[in-house]
Design a protein around this ligand. Structure first.
Ligand SMILES: [Ca+2]
Length: 331
């Protein structure tokens, strides 16, 4: 259920008639009339009354497929705010998006792509900081300064707009720290995975570094168990190149108790005090695979507007089928 919610939450982009991005709340059931005051629409996902089915896929019954039937409900209302779309239009726009997102990702519902679009410094999830120092600071170091609001937009896409950081004093390198929110914190009602469920994290950084003693970027990730930066990748380009770190062994070690993973990028070489070392970042993202359903698709959908109370509720119910395979050890 959370896997399907996460898929919807991370991909949904609904544009209002005034060109603004709609705020859509994705949560487990139930619908909350109070929360809808702050959002343009709400999507809830719950299990249907259909029982979960288990099918044997081999004669000995060791490989089984478990099939779930989930109900996603979209709710929108006519809002008094002049910038809001009317409820029926909002409901139909969200439905249209769901009918694209779910089938498009039917084979990859367990995969979530996290990047900085459309965040700024008000973000409480992913954040970016920079520093100009001579050694690699830990994520908790006080040298880190958060990027100013407009700089965040430079990280949104691979679009040749870049955030840059200069180091000017002799021996100092330019650093950027990226904080990704990939895991849920205990007690939080969010749609990120529990860190134990994370199977793989693929981190990519697109950018370059310039320095008098040699160009290039060094990329590392913070290991919470060791309390150190590791999994080093490096390049030596003076134009955009993409460096990647693929975490497949114990990825949970890289996610802290708050659900944060820290990625650091630095110039491969320092400034000599005359010529600056400058680090450029065009784009950065994290792709996370979790253990969860391996397939989902839209089964059916119908309008179920509620017009006997005011304000009218514009509702749509979508039935989603999802399944996962499990192999049962021989007994
Ligand atoms: Ca960019």
């Amino acid at each position: 259920m959370v896997t399907v919610l996460r898929l919807i939450e991370s991909r949904l982009r609904v544009v209002k008639d005034d060109g603004g991005l709609a705020r859509v709340l994705c949560s487990q059931a139930n619908y909350d009339r109070e929360l809808l005051k702050d959002y343009d629409a709400q999507i809830t996902v719950s299990k249907t009354t259909e029982p979960c089915q288990a099918q044997k896929h081999t004669l000995d019954g060791k490989l089984r497929r478990r099939i779930y039937s989930l109900r996603a409900t979209i709710v929108a209302i006519d809002k008094p705010s002049p910038s809001a779309d009317v409820g029926r239009v909002m409901r139909d726009k969200v439905l249209e998006q769901l009918l694209l997102i779910v089938p498009e990702n039917r084979n990859l519902p367990y995969q979530t792509i996290y990047n900085f679009y459309p965040l700024d410094s008000t973000s409480t999830t992913h954040k970016a900081y920079n520093a100009a120092v001579s050694s690699e600071p830990a994520p908790s170091n006080t040298e880190w300064v958060e990027l100013p609001n407009p700089e965040y937009a430079n990280l949104w896409g691979s679009d040749d707009t870049r955030h840059s950081k200069s180091a000017n004093s002799n021996g100092a390198c330019a650093f950027i720290l990226f904080r990704f929110k990939l895991g849920v914190k205990a007690g939080e009602s969010r749609n990120e995975a529990r860190k134990q469920c994370i199977k793989r994290v693929l981190l990519s950084f697109e950018g370059f570094g310039l320095a008098p003693l040699g160009n290039g970027v060094i990329l590392k990730v913070w290991d919470n168990n060791l309390g150190a930066w590791n999994n080093t990748q490096s390049g030596n380009s003076a134009i955009d190149e993409t460096l990647s770190i693929n975490l497949t062994e114990n990825p949970a070690n890289y996610v802290d108790a708050n659900g944060f993973l820290y990625l650091i990028a630095r110039t491969a070489n320092p400034s000599d005090g005359v010529t600056s070392a400058v680090l450029y970042c065009n784009f950065v993202q994290a792709i996370v695979d979790v253990r969860g359903v391996t397939f989902c698709d839209v089964h059916s959908y119908r309008d179920v507007d509620v017009v006997d109370v005011k304000p009218f509720l514009y509702k749509e119910e979508i039935v989603i089928v999802a399944w996962l395979f499990e192999s049962i050890a021989a007994s």
